[in-house]
Design a protein around this ligand. Structure first.
Ligand SMILES: NC(=O)c1ccc[n+]([C@@H]2O[C@H](COP(=O)([O-])OP(=O)(O)OC[C@H]3O[C@@H](n4cnc5c(N)ncnc54)[C@H](OP(=O)(O)O)[C@@H]3O)[C@@H](O)[C@H]2O)c1
Length: 341
C-alpha cells in the first residue's frame, strides 16, 4: 500500500459526459496528519449530480478544478488512523472521491457514518441503506406525506432511488405506478419492485397512460425526471396532492440552457396541491430513523434492493455515463476492491 489510483477531472463536460473528461492517474500515498484516517475504498457510487460537480455548478460541494480527484461517495474500510473516534477495521460510508484510498477527518463535510447494520452487504451503504435509500424513504414519507390508501406515481422508477420508492409505498399501504424507459425495466417494476403497474415512457403516451392508471387522480408524485414527465403528472393531481421534486435528470444537460416551461403548473392551484423539493444532505438528523426502518423491512423480506455493479475502478466514467443513457438498473455502483463482498 504505497500508491493510489485516482480519477481526476481532465475537461469540463460539453453536452454529454465523455470518458475523455476524466484521466486515471497513479500517485503516492501521503502520510496522515493528526486527526486524519485512511480508508481503503470498497465500492463507489455514481450520481447524476456529478456532472454539475464537473462544471463547478453545485454550491454545496467543494469546487472541482481540472486535475482534482472527482467527488463521490463510497463505502470502505479504515486501514490507518490518527483519529481516536475512527478506528482501523471500521467500515464507513461517506465522501471518498473516485480513488482507491481516501483520507478523511470526521468533519461534517465528509458526511461520513459507520456501517453498523448486518442485514445486507456493505455495498447497500451506498444504496438502500445509504443516502440513496434515505432519499427514497424521507422523500416519500416526510416530503410526500404518504399514507395508507394513497395512489402514488414515481418517475425514474427503476433507478437507485426509484427502485425503493414503490416498495416503501406498498409497505405503508399505498399503491404505486412506476415510469421507466424499457420493457425489461417495466417488467422488473411489477415483478420485484412493488409497483402495481408500469409505464414505458419511450413507447407509450405518458400522459394518456397516467390518466388510464389513475382514473381518480394521484395523491403523491415522486418525480426524479422533471420536464415533460413532471408536466404529465401535474395534469392528473387529486385534491391536496403532494408533488415531491427529488430530481430532474431530463433537465440536467439541456435544461440549463433551455429550461422546460411547465404547462400544467396551474393544476397545483386548482387542486390545492403542494410541490416541494428537498436535498438529502440537509436531512442528516433523520438518517437514523430512515436506516432503522429500511433495515427492518430488508430483514423481514419486505424490501428488495436492486444494485447494478461494475467491476474495477477503471469503470467509474462508464458508470456515470450509464445513468444518463438509462443503462443502469437499480443503484449504479462500482466495486473498487476486488475482494469486497
Ligand atoms: N433530492 C435529493 O437530495 C436527491 C438525492 C439523490 C438523487 N437525487 C436525484 O434523484 C434522481 C434519481 O437518482 P439516482 O441516483 O437514483 O439515479 P438513477 O435513477 O439510478 O439513474 C438515472 C435514471 O434516470 C433515467 N433517465 C436518464 N435520463 C433521462 C431522461 N432524459 N428522461 C427520463 N429519464 C431519464 C434513466 O432510466 P430510464 O431507463 O427509466 O430512462 C436512468 O437509469 C436523479 O434525478 C438525482 O439527481 C436527488
Amino acid at each position: 500500500m504505497t500508491t493510489n489510483m485516482q480519477w481526476v477531472l481532465a475537461a469540463r463536460p460539453v453536452g454529454a459526459v465523455k470518458e475523455s473528461d476524466f484521466r486515471l492517474i497513479e500517485s503516492p500515498l501521503r502520510p496522515l496528519a493528526e486527526g486524519e484516517f485512511r480508508i481503503e475504498v470498497l465500492y463507489l457510487g455514481v450520481a447524476a449530480v456529478m456532472r454539475n460537480y464537473m462544471l463547478n455548478a453545485e454550491k454545496f460541494e467543494r469546487p472541482l478544478e481540472l486535475g482534482d480527484v472527482m467527488h463521490g461517495r463510497g463505502v470502505g474500510r479504515i486501514v490507518e488512523s490518527r483519529h481516536p473516534d475512527w478506528r482501523v477495521g471500521e467500515i464507513v460510508h461517506g465522501k471518498m472521491g473516485w480513488q482507491r484510498y481516501a483520507i478523511a477527518d470526521g468533519s461534517p463535510y465528509f458526511l461520513m457514518f459507520k456501517v453498523r447494520q448486518r442485514v445486507a452487504p456493505v455495498s447497500t451503504a451506498l444504496g438502500v441503506l445509504g443516502l440513496t435509500g434515505f432519499t427514497s424513504y424521507l422523500g416519500l414519507v416526510d416530503i410526500g406525506a404518504v399514507k395508507a390508501g394513497d395512489q402514488v406515481l414515481v418517475s425514474g422508477a427503476a433507478g437507485g432511488v426509484g427502485s425503493n420508492v414503490g416498495q416503501i409505498a406498498r409497505n405503508l399501504g399505498a399503491e404505486a405506478v412506476g415510469i421507466a424507459g424499457s420493457p425489461e425495466k417495466c417488467r422488473l417494476l411489477t415483478m420485484s419492485l412493488g409497483y402495481r403497474a408500469a409505464i414505458n415512457y419511450k413507447s407509450e403516451d405518458l400522459e394518456q397512460r397516467i390518466g388510464e392508471l389513475f382514473p381518480n387522480g394521484l395523491d403523491v408524485f415522486f418525480d426524479n425526471v422533471g420536464g415533460e414527465t413532471l408536466d404529465a403528472g401535474l395534469a392528473h393531481l387529486r385534491r391536496h396532492a403532494r408533488v415531491v421534486l427529488c430530481g430532474a435528470i431530463s433537465q440536467y444537460i439541456d435544461g440549463l440552457e433551455r429550461p422546460y416551461a411547465l404547462k400544467n403548473a396551474f393544476a397545483l392551484f386548482k387542486k390545492m396541491a403542494r410541490m416541494e423539493a428537498f436535498f438529502i444532505y440537509e436531512m442528516s438528523e433523520r438518517f437514523e430513523r430512515a436506516e432503522a426502518q429500511l433495515a427492518d423491512w430488508i430483514a423481514a423480506g419486505k424490501l428488495h434492493y436492486q444494485e447494478d455493479i461494475l467491476e474495477g475502478l477503471e469503470q467509474m466514467p462508464t458508470a456515470l455515463i450509464r445513468l444518463f443513457e438509462g443503462r443502469n438498473v437499480g443503484k449504479q455502483l462500482v466495486r473498487v476492491s476486488p475482494d469486497a463482498r
